[in-house]
Design a protein around this ligand. Structure first.
Ligand code: SF4
Ligand code: SF4
Length: 487
């Protein structure tokens, strides 16, 4: 029985989860070379603290956080830094073209990690800082630095820590397997987060299509009074934080607002696990579980991948491909990004690698909008996708904003139900990208104007100082002349 079964909109795409969910997680293999992008997170690019030629150890800091909203990067294995700079193919996430390349030495030798004290004996701020130093980011794909979220949460009154185990995207089963295999650690991590935030309770939300994960998490929660598992209906995009909060608490996060405004802080299952590893063992985030699936993958499964491993290597661990994929994606089919090359590395936010066959793809040819309003019904944010798309197509971005573009979470539910196969999300991505470019150009122009104004002011002051000095000199020489003149 669901507490709050109704959320707005949503769709029921085919899950395609059975094959990869059935197999245990395969441990990481060591590739010959790792490519570690300097920005695998929301916020500023990390700044390298190593040089080409340096030998680094597994877990060693190789790039420090570039600002308050950023995350450090650590070596995923031991070896030599062979390059720092742009990698051949831009990452499809659009996050960073710059990376640190490590030629692995095959020894996989760990750096000396600081053995943490009992985390419950430490202040919340100290614990949040340890999470920051471990480079943990939102691993459900959100990639927001986890410590920034924790630090924000410490300042608010958080009643509920919501552990997001819903994993609603088709094909993806990383969280499912993680909950089945590492339930105790996830519960430990969730209770540590509760301690940091001084929250009252922890709720682990899992979709009803993961009975094994539900059972494993319920068993791990036993004996801990303040944590419980809630089952939510399988409905896409239940994994979106706002939808999940509404389903679990009945509270709606205001448009443009944050979950902390309604007393809830949401972390994905994988993030909670990474936080636990950082606080209990001092381990930085250097690997993650990735689902490898799709009709063209020989052995769909979950693999624990070292961050920076090229997709090509991960696919090989998944038994290789059985044909030419019609589409290669990083992430799920609803929100994932097209892969331009198999040399692209896995980053902290990579949930899955999909190699889809033509039979798994929707029909592509778009036709005219028939104004059926199915997209409106499917939108979980209560927006008007058809109007937003029409305005975006006409480059009228303010008009698109009027219909809610800023609140669009790019979930793709509208495009999924559109009988005319209109690529609605592509229009939204285009409009958001253009708006971002214009905002950046405006900020740059403001900075240039400010610099020009400052220069003009400096020149004026210099000119004033010059004329004052000139006048002073004139006054002195006039004084000397009058003193020397005959009376
Ligand atoms: S679902 Fe597609 S065809 Fe129907 S109104 Fe929306 S955009 Fe138009
Ligand atoms: S992509 Fe945006 S407009 Fe479409 S359903 Fe999702 S939130 Fe609504």
């Amino acid at each position: 029985m669901f507490k709050f079964p109704r959320i707005r909109g949503g769709v029921h795409p085919d899950g395609h989860k059975d094959r990869s969910a059935a197999l245990t997680i395969v441990p990481a293999l060591l590739p010959p070379r790792l490519y570690l992008p300097l920005r695998q997170h929301a916020g500023a690019e990390a700044i390298p603290v190593v040089r080409v030629g340096d030998h680094v150890l597994k877990g060693q800091l190789i790039a420090e956080a570039g600002s308050d909203v950023s995350a450090p990067v650590h070596a995923s294995s031991s070896g030599m830094v062979s390059a720092i700079g742009p990698i051949g193919t831009p990452h499809p996430s659009g996050l960073s073209a710059n990376a640190i390349t490590i030629d692995c030495d095959g020894e996989d030798r760990w750096a000396d990690l600081e053995i943490p004290e009992d985390p419950y004996a430490l202040a919340p701020e100290v614990l949040a800082e340890r999470v920051a130093q471990a480079g943990v980011v939102g691993m459900g794909g959100a990639i927001f630095p986890a410590a920034v979220k924790l630090k924000q949460g410490v300042k608010h009154e958080i009643k509920t820590v919501l552990v997001n185990g819903s994993e609603c995207e088709p094909y993806l089963t990383t969280d499912d397997r993680l909950m089945r295999e590492r339930a105790e650690d996830i519960v430990d991590g969730a209770l540590l987060i509760r301690h940091i935030l001084r929250a009252y309770s922890v709720v682990v939300a899992i979709e009803d299509n993961k009975p094994e994960a539900i059972a494993a998490m319920r068993a791990a929660c036993e004996g801990h009074g303040s944590i419980e598992v809630e089952v939510v209906p399988a409905l896409y995009p239940m994994g979106s934080a706002k939808q999940l909060i509404q389903a679990i608490t009945g509270r709606e996060v205001p448009a443009g607002g944050r979950s902390t405004q309604v007393g809830v802080l949401v972390h994905n299952v994988g993030t909670v696990y990474a936080i636990q590893q950082a606080l209990r063992f001092g381990r930085p985030l250097i690997s993650r579980v990735v689902t490898v699936a799709g009709g063209c993958v020989n052995k769909p499964r979950n693999i624990e991948v070292l961050i920076g491993t090229p997709v090509r290597t991960v696919l090989e661990i998944g038994g290789g491909l059985n044909g030419q994929p019609a589409r290669l994606l990083l992430g799920g089919p609803m929100m994932g990004q097209a892969l331009p090359s198999l040399d692209v590395p896995v980053i902290k936010g990579t949930t899955g690698i999909l190699a889809l066959s033509a039979a798994e793809l929707p029909r592509d040819e778009a036709s005219a909008c028939i104004r059926c309003a199915r997209c409106v019904d499917a939108c979980p944010m209560g927006l008007m996708p058809l109007e937003m798309a029409a305005h975006a197509r006409a480059d009228d971005f303010d008009g698109a904003d009027d219909y809610g573009l800023k609140d669009c979470i790019l979930c793709g539910s509208c495009a999924y139900v559109c009988p005319s196969h209109i690529p609605l999300v592509q229009y939204f991505q285009y409009a958001m990208g253009e708006q971002d470019t214009r905002r950046r150009a405006a900020r740059k122009s403001d900075r240039v104007m400010a610099m020009m104004a400052a220069r003009a002011e400096r020149l004026r002051l210099e000119e004033e100082a010059r004329s004052a000095a000139k006048q002073q000199r004139r006054g002195k020489s006039a004084g000397r002349e009058s003193a020397g003149a005959p009376s």
